[in-house]
Ligand binder design. Structure first.
Ligand code: C2E
Ligand code: CA
Ligand code: CA
Ligand code: CA
Length: 275
């Protein structure tokens, strides 16, 4: 039977209190952190398997804190949103990503993740646009990734934000495609250039015909709508060969490379053996 501690509802178990304590420690460390120094980015290649080359890198945030160690982005990004620090963090990361990009070949693009808060207000969007415009790289080389969940909060604000970012030349990428419930509606109603098929489809791609059919119809849809389609979470040669058969061209995943430090980008930016 579940215990009631000091007569309070069962949800306040010791574990729950531990979780709250951990959360407040994390938020405290995040507030005090030297974010310029502690935040870094790793870069994961996005490969065009037909051309056999890397076409872009997705920047993935890393926070290494002297006391907490390495905190996963899924944890600290959410905490930063909660305590109102996400705008600062996004600006620091985007600045670092654009600086790194200046050393890349012109043909290599950057994919950069935005959170819901980054597109929630015209002021936040203006700040992003200014950073990109001052960055000294062609904005067309930058794809801003946004998830369906982020778009859901305030659809009209999101659409205005995406239009403003497109107006300066940036590309818009719909992340984690297929996990929300209005994927197709978003594609139709928003100025989207690329979609990224969520890696959950890879889990049973080899054994489940329905998964393959869904991926195939997303690829066909993209071709008809003239959208780039990137498959995420490609982990094995079997994934790759099935995906090739379905007509997929752009892919990302451990099969090609895990996210790597900035210093390794140039080494990976050449031709790839996509076999
Ligand atoms: P995401 O945008 O969907 O990023 C892809 C995640 O999948 C990354 O995890 C990446 O390391 C991982 N991944 C890549 N290839 C494979 C694969 O073949 N198999 C598997 N199982 N995983 C793979 P990571 O770096 O831990 O990031 C997690 C999430 O945190 C991201 O998911 C994104 O939502 C968020 N995030 C990361 N960096 C940023 C950022 O700079 N800003 C914002 N707002 N969110 C970020
Ligand atoms: Ca992403
Ligand atoms: Ca994703
Ligand atoms: Ca995700």
């Amino acid at each position: 039977a579940k215990e009631h501690r000091r007569g309070r509802p069962v949800v306040f178990t010791a574990d729950h209190e531990d979780a709250i304590r951990a959360r407040s420690i994390l938020e405290q460390e995040l507030r005090q952190a030297d974010l310029e120094a502690e935040l870094t980015l790793e870069y994961q290649p996005i490969v065009d398997v037909a051309a056999g080359r890397v076409v872009a890198f997705e920047a993935l945030a890393r926070w290494t804190n002297p006391r907490l160690g390495r905190v996963p982005p899924g944890v600290f990004i959410v905490a930063a949103e909660r305590i109102g620090l996400i705008g600062t963090i996004t600006a620091i990361l985007l600045g670092k990503a654009i600086a790194a990009m200046r050393g890349w070949p012109d043909a290599i693009g950057l994919s950069f993740n935005l959170s819901a808060h980054d597109i929630a207000s015209p002021a936040a969007v203006a700040r992003l646009a200014a950073l990109i415009e001052a960055g000294g790289v062609a904005p067309e080389r930058i794809a801003l990734e946004i998830t369906e969940t982020a778009l859901m909060h305030d659809f009209d604000a999101a659409r205005d934000a995406l239009l403003a970012l497109k107006a300066i030349g940036a590309q818009i990428s719909l992340d984690d495609f297929g996990t929300g419930y209005s994927s197709l509606g978003y594609v139709r109603r928003l100025p989207i250039d690329k979609i990224k098929v969520d890696r959950s489809f890879m889990a049973d791609l080899l054994v489940d015909k329905a998964s393959r059919d869904i991926v195939k119809s997303i690829v066909d849809l993209c071709r008809n709508l003239n959208l780039d389609c990137i498959i995420e979470g490609v982990e094995t040669a079997d994934h790759l060969s099935i995906l090739r058969g379905l007509g997929c061209r752009s892919m990302q995943g451990y099969h090609f490379s895990p996210p790597v430090p900035a210093s390794e980008v140039t080494r990976l930016a050449g031709p790839v053996d996509a076999a």
